[in-house]
Design a protein. Structure first.
Length: 262
């Protein structure tokens, strides 16, 4: 009876050890020390091409106050407070931005329709500037992308949809936006899903190895989805409480039985 009790206790100990996970499994770039990486790891930031249904911020400033009011209706004489309020949240951005229609055009007051699909942000800005010069004197044009959003799912602290207002975004920055990975994240099988006009692409990244720095998916594109898979240990941990309760019940029963037999 004593041997059985010791055996059950040994099972509990082994189960608790198995349910533990090494911190090394959660370390990024495990093969990198304090070193200068080769040029092949310096991935060039991709140029994003404007697509249909993109939402653009377009600002046109000139010496004419009436024109400024037309293109920047919330801007006040005292400064930029009104413009900030105009784009202060996502619904305002949607309502006040310029949507690229099915033909690839945006429609601007006075200037009319301008084709921007397939252009980079700087190219679109130059095209709007060229058209504005035909109608306005000393006009200054700014064009920005409003809908650079990515979805981060799976084993991160706060999954959700995140908006980026910089010119680029890496997969590491996206995970940081979601407040980092959980203890159950499988960092050697990160999935990045990307939809284009013609097809969908899937990328697998191993964040424990520097090779992911060379991946096409290291720099994210608007509407990318980043999914962090759970490690198998998560299932073990989820069931460990049940297993522990089962084994402890048996061990208690064995102990009571042994006391009764004595």
């Amino acid at each position: 009876m004593k041997k059985k009790y010791l055996f059950l206790m040994a099972l509990l100990i082994v189960g608790s050890i198995i349910s533990c996970r090494s911190k090394q499994d959660l370390v990024y770039l495990q093969d990198v020390n304090a070193e200068v990486l080769a040029p092949e790891y310096s991935v060039k930031i991709p140029v994003y091409r404007i697509k249909t249904n993109d939402n653009l911020f377009v600002s046109i400033q000139s010496l004419n106050p009436e024109v400024n009011q037309l293109y920047n209706p919330a801007q006040t004489i005292s400064g930029q407070q009104g413009s900030q309020q105009l784009y202060s949240n996502l619904s305002d951005q949607y309502l006040n931005g310029y949507l690229v229609d099915a033909k690839g055009d945006i429609s601007l007051p006075i200037i009319g329709e301008i084709g921007v699909a397939g252009l980079s942000q700087s190219e679109a800005e130059a095209r709007v500037q060229e058209r504005a010069n035909e109608y306005l004197k000393d006009a200054t044009v700014k064009v920005k992308l409003l809908n650079f959003k990515i979805s981060v799912m799976g084993e991160v602290t706060t999954p959700g949809v995140y908006y980026n207002y910089n010119s680029s975004l890496t997969v590491l920055e996206a995970i940081s936006m979601a407040n980092g990975i959980t203890d159950f994240a499988k960092i050697n099988r990160i999935l990045v899903m990307r939809s284009t006009d013609k097809l969908s692409k899937m990328f697998r990244l191993d964040l424990s190895n520097k090779s992911f720095l060379k991946s096409e998916a290291f720099f994210l594109q608007p509407n990318d989805v980043v999914y962090i898979e759970p490690a198998k240990i998560k299932n073990t941990n989820m069931n460990s409480a049940v297993y522990g309760l089962f084994l402890s019940t048996i061990s208690t029963a064995v102990l009571i039985t042994s006391l009764i037999l004595r």
